[in-house]
Design a protein around this ligand. Sequence first.
Ligand SMILES: [Fe+2]
Ligand SMILES: [Fe+2]
Length: 183
Amino acid sequence: MAELLDRLTQDHRHLVRVLDLLDDLLDRFHAGDEPDYELMCEMLEYIESYADQVHHPNEEDIFDRLRAHTDERYPVLDRLTDQHLQLTRINKQFRQSLEGIVHEEVLRRDQVEVQGRELVEALREHLDLEEREAFPLARERLSAGDWERLLATTSSHEDPLFGPAGRRRFHTLCQYLTERDRL
Ligand SMILES: [Fe+2]
Ligand SMILES: [Fe+2]
């Protein structure tokens, strides 16, 4: 029934793998290493092109259906909607800073690290809140008909990293993820 929720939960597992890798890179950055900025930019491009443009909008469709379902207010949904906007902003800002470094603009390393940590922390907290509160609420309140309508209307873009085409577009990131799994 809630096939869409299963897909979104699977997306979360994938995003956590990307965040774990980003955490490793930020640790190395903190220790003074020069990380692979282009790899980091690829990660942010993935988050932007899939999480921000496909995954979160799919969730917004579910939240809207929940809101339309009843007169009851769900403050957690409003909080998550705000977080969707904030996450897009944090991601863009961090990506611009990284691209600045790649193009040899002078940026303070500690500020770049703070931005990266902010993104990782905000996204982890967000995924957790959805799984703890919003997804169970949707499972409980939405009917089979709701899920059918949602499946018919939500965009089902393929995941550009973990889907079959991912190896082409995010080649470097894909390699790093595979190597990390071997450790
Ligand atoms: Fe979300
Ligand atoms: Fe999510």
